[in-house]
Structure formats: structure tokens, C-alpha cells
Design a protein around this ligand. Structure first.
Ligand SMILES: CC(=O)SCCNC(=O)CCNC(=O)[C@H](O)C(C)(C)COP(=O)(O)OP(=O)(O)OC[C@H]1O[C@@H](n2cnc3c(N)ncnc32)[C@H](O)[C@@H]1OP(=O)(O)O
Ligand SMILES: CC(=O)C(=O)O
Length: 525
């Protein structure tokens, strides 16, 4: 049986020490619920001696569905000038009313003499005293040996003495912290090996920061060297460069090394958990994040796509579904025919790899990409392109002309926009005008007004997003523009794209694609 690893999440405490991370109390409670469902064993909720929000969290979480034995309160050893009874910050740990407490203490002699300004012996007493006091009052006391690796490098004998003080006082786990995040993996494992000899068979934990980009590697190696308890945060949030990212540590330990962290079903929620925490933190998802990012299993190069179509192992280190992610194929000027075949399958079109029209379509795609088209997010435009080249696409209308007027009649009035379109549907010519609150809206209104008579189902469609991007920044108002439109009806949402120097023309292309796609899907899908 594989060894079980205790997961200790500090997103709600060390995670919030990141410059851009803040959670309200209800957010913290929702995250705790999500983490417990995901299989995290301990959730460090905050430092109750620090601020009212963290105090409130410990009250609020008791009314949630998180079992209280999963919650830990965090703080420091008692202050040098106070006893455990008198130190109100220390007492706030007990007032939190949870069965698990984690306290950090000093390992590094530099910190003892420079930051705490006490003797090395006094620091050992503070560690012993604080842990012993807490152990008499709560079930579990974790001891975070702050700056353990730097402290060990500066004065190994003293660093070990601090751990011995914590062990003698009854700490349930001695957590070795790479607080400044500068320890290299080889140093880290050498030091862990020495600690094991000195401390004997005792539960050890790891808490790594990411200042040299080694936090995940260090945490995983620590486990390989006998550590049983791993601390980290979701998405690697944390002070400065962050903490060990549990969204990488967990799948690495479970899928690569065979340790048991969560159940396979829980692991399939990994991407969801990562996104949930980002959403509540109001932070952008990192598309390149290993395992959970949108690009983590996205293939762009034609050579890669050709190979994954034969066997996805050729360019994927795991099956994306194991962590709740999925394979994606991107279209670009680096695409080959395989990218087209794969994407066409997505919308139910099976293209024969030997179809001679594929080369022309690929060429067309590359020319469009070169002009500034991008089909990521505009899948409906791509589908129309493929169907027009290869499928049996039938035109619903032909545009003969359009005119858009945007007129400001006086300084105080908003501009007035009017559009006229002339189009042919079957044998009939339709010539229609409409107004709008801007030129694109007027054009949209005129197109629909002309077409709704023939295709009443267009009334169920609406535009939900409109984005303009300047593609040639140095050209000022002469720049090439790309317009992305998102439309929806009662069943689907779809994206379309247009590119032109004239923003109305770019909008027109994206609008027409959007209407054509709606008509096509209602008729044939
Ligand atoms: C490595 C880590 O991430 S540890 C966690 C760091 N997180 C935080 O600091 C966030 C929460 N902190 C806070 O809200 C505040 O710092 C408080 C409430 C804890 C303390 O506030 P203050 O009393 O105003 O002290 P201040 O923040 O200026 O300085 C920290 C004090 O803690 C002392 N201290 C630091 N580490 C320890 C320790 N392990 N044991 C005992 N005392 C400690 C320092 O010596 C300093 O005391 P001093 O003012 O007598 O020199
Ligand atoms: C305890 C802690 O957060 C650290 O040492 O980094």
C-alpha cells in the first residue's frame, strides 16, 4: 500500500500574505468547504491574534459544513516578555476554539538575537513552554520551524536543538520551513537526512516558499525522503513569490510517485478547485499553470497534433482527465492538417485526411492568421470556414452593400448612428435601414431587420460581448483591428471574428458570421 500523505493547506493564512490576495470571511468559509470536499486534511484558517477578520472566520467556520477537526489556527510562540497566560496574541489561539493549533518558532540564531533580541537559551524555553502549554489544552499542535534550512546552514547544532525542544514539549509534527524559499533541492534533502538521524523516528512536515522556483520540487523530494505532512497553498499563493503550489504538489505525489493524497475522484476536481479559489480571490487564471491551466494540455504545433491524434501520450505527461482538465488543439499558422481534422471532429465533421481540399483550407487558414484572424474564442467562424471549404454549406443570404452613418449634430447631443443594408435572399432583394446607439449597433439592427422577415428565428439571438483589439499598435488610428463577438440564443453561445483596418468592416464580418452560424445551426444541427 502506498504511503498516505497529510495535506495541510495554508491558502487562507499564508496565501493571503500574497500582495494581491484577499478573501472576505464568507469567501474563506466557502474555500474551506471546497478544500475539505477535495480531501485536504488540515485547513489553516488564519492568525486569530492578528485581525478581526480571522477571529470572525473561526466563529463562522463552526457554522459551516466543515468538520472542525480539519481546521487549524495559526500563530507564533509566546512573546519573550510575556508568559503564555498573559500574552493576549497567544491566548487568541485558544480563543479560536479549534482542536488544532500551529505555532511558528525561531530556528535561525540570527533571528533569535537580531529579531527577537533574546538569548539562544531563552528561545528554546519559549518554544518548549508554548508547545507544552498548548498541548495541555488542544488535541494537536503543529510546530512550524521557521527558517529551518537557513538556520541549519548557519548553526546546525542550534537548529536541531530547537526541534528537540519542540519534540520534548510534545509537538505532533515538526514542520521544516524554507521560509525564505532559497534552498536548493540537493541541500534540502541532505539536511532532511541529517534531521532524521538527529531527531529519530518522529513525524516531520515541510513548508516551502518559492523564491528560487523550487517549492514544488522541494516539497515532493521532502516526501520521498520521509516527510509525512506537506504544507502549501492552492495555486501557490503566498508571501513574496508564493508557497508550494498544492495544485502541482498533489498530482506529482499521487500520479508520479504513487503516494496517496486524495481519492482519484477528488483529484478529478483539481482544476475546479484551482479555478474556484482564483474566482473568489478575483484573480486571473494562469493559463500556463501545470496540470490545471487551460493551456496545460493544449497543442499548437502541427507535429504535436499529428502525434497526439495517434497516441496522446506522445505529447502529454498524464491523461488530462485525471486532474479534471482536457486536451485542446489550437489553430494557428503553426497548424498542420491534423489540427484541422481534430477541430473539425469537435463540431461533428469527419474529414478524410486524404481529402485534397484540406491543403487549400490549411493555406487559407494560415493566410487569415497572418492577416490577424484568430480562431481561439471564435470557433463559430472557424466552423463556417471549414464547412464552406469542405462541408455542404448553403448560403442563407448575399450582402450586396451596406452604409453606416455616424453623425454628431451638435456638441451637446450624442452622435446619431444609422445603417442601411442591401441583401439578396433567394431571388428577393431586401433594402433596409435602422438606427442604433452606435454604428455597430445600427448595422446589427439593419441586418436583422432585413433578415428577420425570412428567418424569424433570428429574434431569439442576441449579442452578449463585443471586443475590439488593435493589432498593429504603432499605426495609431490607422491600425488593423480585430473584433470578437459573442452571441447566444436560448440553447447555445458562440464566438465569431472579423479583421479589417476599418472597425465597421471588422464588426460587419463578425456579425455576419454570427448570423450565418445561427441560421446554419438552427437548420442543420
Ligand atoms: C514566516 C511567516 O509567515 S510568520 C507569519 C507572518 N504573518 C504575519 O505577520 C501576519 C499577522 N501579523 C500581525 O497581524 C502582527 O504582526 C501581529 C499582530 C502578530 C503582531 O503585531 P505587533 O505586536 O504590532 O508586532 P510587529 O508585527 O510589529 O512585530 C512582530 C513581533 O512579533 C515578534 N515575533 C516574531 N516572531 C516571533 C515568534 N516566533 N515568537 C515570538 N515572538 C515573535 C517580533 O519580535 C516582534 O516583536 P517586537 O515588536 O517586540 O519586536
Ligand atoms: C511558518 C511560515 O509561514 C514560514 O516559515 O514560511
Amino acid at each position: 500500500m502506498s504511503r498516505e500523505i497529510i495535506l495541510y493547506d495554508t491558502t487562507l493564512r499564508d496565501g493571503t500574505q500574497a500582495e494581491d490576495v484577499n478573501f472576505t470571511v464568507p469567501d474563506k468559509v466557502r474555500i474551506a468547504e471546497k478544500l475539505v470536499d477535495f480531501g485536504i486534511h488540515y485547513i489553516e484558517g488564519g492568525w486569530p491574534g492578528s485581525n478581526p477578520r480571522d477571529i470572525e472566520f473561526f466563529q463562522a467556520v463552526k457554522k459551516s459544513r466543515v468538520p472542525i477537526d480539519h481546521i487549524a489556527a495559526f500563530g507564533s510562540t509566546r512573546r519573550a516578555k510575556k508568559s503564555c497566560d498573559d500574552d493576549e496574541i497567544f491566548q487568541a489561539l485558544l480563543a479560536a476554539g479549534v482542536p488544532n493549533i500551529t505555532i511558528f518558532g525561531k530556528t535561525w540564531d540570527l533571528h533569535v538575537t537580531e529579531a527577537l533580541k533574546i538569548t539562544l537559551e531563552q528561545n528554546l524555553e519559549i518554544i518548549y513552554d508554548s508547545i507544552q502549554y498548548l498541548k495541555k489544552r488542544v488535541d494537536t499542535v503543529f510546530y512550524d520551524a521557521e527558517h529551518f534550512f537557513d538556520g541549519f546552514k548557519a548553526n546546525s547544532e542550534y537548529a536541531i536543538k530547537t526541534l528537540q525542544a519542540a519534540k520534548e514539549a510534545g509537538a505532533d509534527c515538526l514542520v521544516l520551513c524554507d521560509t525564505n524559499g532559497g534552498t536548493m533541492p540537493d541541500e534540502l534533502v541532505d539536511i532532511i537526512e541529517i534531521v532524521k538521524k538527529e531527531i529519530g523516528d518522529y513525524p516531520l512536515g515541510i513548508h516551502c516558499h518559492n523564491d528560487s522556483d523550487c517549492a514544488v520540487a522541494n516539497s515532493c523530494l521532502a516526501v520521498k525522503h520521509g516527510i509525512v505532512h506537506v504544507q502549501g497553498t492552492i495555486n501557490g499563493y503566498g508571501e513574496r513569490c508564493g508557497n508550494a503550489n498544492l495544485c502541482s504538489v498533489i498530482p506529482n505525489l499521487q500520479l508520479k510517485y504513487g503516494y496517496k493524497c486524495v481519492t482519484p475522484e477528488q483529484l478529478r476536481k483539481l482544476k475546479e478547485v484551482s479555478r474556484f479559489v482564483n474566482e473568489l480571490g478575483n484573480l486571473k487564471h494562469n493559463i500556463h499553470q501545470p496540470y490545471v491551466g487551460r493551456s496545460a494540455f493544449a497543442h499548437k504545433g502541427g507535429v504535436h497534433v499529428s502525434a497526439i491524434l495517434k497516441n496522446s501520450k506522445t505529447y502529454e505527461h498524464i491523461e488530462p482527465e485525471l486532474v479534471g482538465n482536457k486536451q485542446r488543439v489550437l489553430l494557428s499558422d503553426l497548424s498542420g492538417k491534423s489540427n484541422l481534422i481534430y477541430k473539425a471532429k469537435d463540431f461533428g465533421l469527419d474529414i478524410d485526411p486524404k481529402d485534397e481540399r484540406l491543403s487549400d483550407l490549411l493555406q487559407q487558414l494560415k493566410e487569415l492568421e497572418n492577416k490577424g484572424f484568430q480562431f481561439e474564442g471564435a470557433e463559430a467562424s472557424f466552423e463556417l470556414l471549414v464547412r464552406k471549404a469542405i462541408g455542404n454549406f448553403q448560403k442563407f443570404f448575399d450582402l450586396l452593400s451596406f452604409r453606416v452613418i455616424d453623425e454628431k449634430r451638435s456638441a451637446l447631443e450624442p452622435p446619431f448612428a444609422e445603417a442601411t443594408v442591401m441583401l439578396r435572399v433567394g431571388g428577393e432583394i431586401e433594402h433596409t435601414a435602422a438606427i442604433g446607439n452606435g454604428p455597430v449597433n445600427a448595422l446589427d439592427n439593419a441586418l436583422r431587420k432585413a433578415l428577420e422577415k425570412f428567418y424569424p428565428n433570428l429574434r431569439t439571438m442576441q449579442l452578449v460581448d463585443y471586443k475590439v483589439r488593435i493589432l498593429t499598435g504603432k499605426d495609431g488610428t490607422k491600425a488593423l483591428t480585430r473584433v470578437l463577438i459573442e452571441s447566444k440564443d436560448d440553447k447555445d453561445t458562440w464566438g465569431t471574428v472579423g479583421v479589417a483596418h476599418n472597425i465597421i468592416d471588422a464588426s460587419y464580418q463578425a456579425l455576419v458570421d454570427s448570423i450565418e452560424y445561427k441560421l446554419f445551426k438552427d437548420a442543420y444541427k
